[in-house]
Design a protein around this ligand. Structure first.
Ligand SMILES: [Zn+2]
Ligand SMILES: [Zn+2]
Length: 365
């Protein structure tokens, strides 16, 4: 009997020893690995070319499809002709050698965090890198050229959905005021903050993962933010990013720090009707490296926005006119064509320049 009791005590003692150990083990010894970049696996594809078959290529095709370089399909891991053509277009857009292969510069660019809005290509790109060689502009518009109509040039914005980030409200509002101010300085647009979402033309907020618009965010890095074309007015930031709202982002301790104002200026460009540009220094270039600040409008951005909304006579920034525009600024009622469609809806714009005339055609599907 005494041996049975001894055995029972021994068993209980052993259980007490093991239980905290197992809890400790699961909670502290093996934490889930942090997700540092959803596109990091692309580095395993370095060197791939036509004819290869490698796990991960299907994922790359999904990426390229998301940003407009491939039509939707059930993708395989085969490096086929369509993938080669898509990579060539992508390289063209980002100023890389158009090899059609996954060389290191291309893989590096693919892994760079970027805006979630499509580059609007489907066989033919509106982000035409070669245009720089011919002195043409590189700014683009959304299919149908949606803009804010002339009777809505004094826009109100509201900062909403900020609970997912630990940024001081006053700091946040100052960042957004500066970002809007950069576009206002170049144009006849004005932007005023309002506390009332119902009263706002534009809303800005932070969201995690899926948030109801069919474009789920992907955690740290990857897609940083997205915005909708006029006159939708919504701008969403990925709450998972290591946002830097004040201080010098280039000296940030985090390797994944992203400058909030830089991204805000870019996304506001979309809210106003600009698409992506191939000019690396342009605000509307789609990618932004970590710990980088880029908030000044480049002349490509200025030309693009002033063609839509006119120029501010007091603007002192660069307005070098590389493009003799012969067409008048286009406006619409803000509700037609692509005005309320998803900005990443794939479209096709052919820009034909001949004898100083430029015609923009927008085809939808
Ligand atoms: Zn963008
Ligand atoms: Zn969204």
């Amino acid at each position: 009997m005494s041996s049975s009791i001894s055995f029972l005590f021994a068993a209980i003692a052993l259980l007490l020893l093991l239980l905290p150990s197992s809890v400790f083990t699961s909670a502290f010894i093996f934490p889930p690995p942090p997700i540092l970049n959803p596109w990091l696996p692309f580095q395993n594809l370095s060197g791939c070319h036509l004819g290869d078959d490698k796990p991960g290529l299907a994922r790359l095709k999904n990426y390229l499809q998301h940003f407009g370089y491939l039509p939707p399909a059930n993708f395989t891991d085969a490096f086929d002709d369509a993938l080669e053509a898509a990579i060539r277009t992508y390289q063209h857009n980002f100023g890389l050698n158009a090899t059609g292969e996954l060389d290191m510069p291309t893989v590096d660019q693919l892994m760079t965090p970027r805006c979630g809005v499509s580059d609007f290509v489907n066989g033919t790109s509106t982000m035409n890198g070669s245009a720089a060689l011919h002195g043409r502009h590189l700014y683009t518009y959304f299919p149908g050229v949606p803009t804010w109509p002339f009777w809505r040039r004094n826009l109100k914005y509201a900062v909403t959905a900020t609970s997912a980030v630990a940024i001081d409200q006053a700091v946040l509002k100052a960042v957004f005021a500066r970002a809007f101010g950069r576009w206002a300085a170049a144009t006849m647009l004005t932007f005023t903050e309002t506390e009332s979402t119902a009263d706002a033309d534009i809303t800005l907020g932070f969201y995690s993962g899926a948030h109801g618009d069919g474009e789920p965010f992907d955690g740290v890095l990857g897609t940083l933010a997205h915005a909708f074309s006029p006159t939708n007015g919504r701008l969403h930031f990925d709450a998972a990013e290591a946002w830097i709202a004040e201080g010098d982002v280039t000296r940030a301790s985090s390797d994944v720090a992203v400058d909030l104002e830089s991204v805000a200026v870019h996304e506001i460009g979309h809210l106003l009707g600009l698409g992506h540009s191939s000019v690396p220094d342009a605000i509307m270039y789609p990618a932004l490296k970590t710990r980088t600040r880029k908030v000044e409008l480049e002349s490509d951005d200025v030309q693009g926005i002033q063609r839509l909304y006119g120029s501010n006579p007091s603007y002192q920034g660069g307005t070098e006119d590389r493009t003799p525009a012969t067409s008048s600024p286009e406006t619409n009622d803000g509700e037609g064509a692509a005005g309320c469609r998803w900005p990443w809806r794939v479209g096709l714009i052919l820009t034909i320049a001949a004898v100083g005339l430029r015609l923009d055609f927008a085809l939808f599907f």
